[in-house]
Design a protein. Structure first.
Length: 189
């Protein structure tokens, strides 16, 4: 079973993150859900993005690295939206990274490292087909950089954070399928 660091979105450590953590724990995994937003939680993305901008991406990267610094064994980094950026950053640099799960987000490798993607770290990306926050070109570049260890799954609709049961874009069918695919990914690493 895997140790998983699950990073929240720009909306903060919402109850939906706890639901996701419990889903993973039910699969036998150890899951930690650190708060990198000073305990603040936001009802909408725009408010959460204001917090992101207030903190700044440099400080967020420092906070993500501090979270990674607390990990001493094999780990899978996972995150929702802005947290997917953090998970990708950590997976690219942490010597014990065994995988990256990017929910509703993902960036090019150049945005998280000056070098190549570590070949021993597989990546799985999940997002809705019309998610306005996901850049298709960036995901394609990430896929090319990761190579054979890359998997991408798209789901019907345009909702961002469709797997969060407390948000209006929640889709139970897509969320269930996503978690089945995630559990299968974790079983392979």
């Amino acid at each position: 079973m895997a140790e998983i660091i699950l990073l929240h979105s720009a909306q903060g450590l919402r109850p939906g993150v706890a639901v996701a953590a419990e889903t993973l724990r039910a699969g036998g995994h150890t899951v930690r859900t650190p708060d990198y937003y000073d305990g603040e939680v936001f009802a909408d993305i725009e408010s959460g993005l204001r917090k992101r901008d207030e903190v700044g991406m440099e400080e967020l990267a420092r906070r993500f690295r501090a979270i990674g610094g607390e990990v001493s064994g094999p780990v899978v980094f996972a995150g929702f939206s802005l947290g997917a950026y953090g998970a990708q950053l950590l997976a690219a640099h942490h010597s014990m990274a065994r995988g990256a799960l990017l929910f509703h987000g993902g960036v090019t490798v150049d945005e998280v490292t000056d070098g190549a993607w570590p070949r021993h770290v597989p990546v799985q990306v999940h997002h809705s087909e019309g998610d306005p926050w996901v850049d298709e070109g960036e995901i394609a570049e990430l896929a090319a950089a990761v190579g054979p260890g890359f998997e991408r799954f798209t789901y019907p609709g345009e909702a961002h954070l469709f797997a969060d049961p407390d948000l209006p874009g929640y889709c139970e069918t897509s969320a269930k399928l996503m978690w089945e695919r995630v559990i299968a990914f974790l079983a392979r690493i």
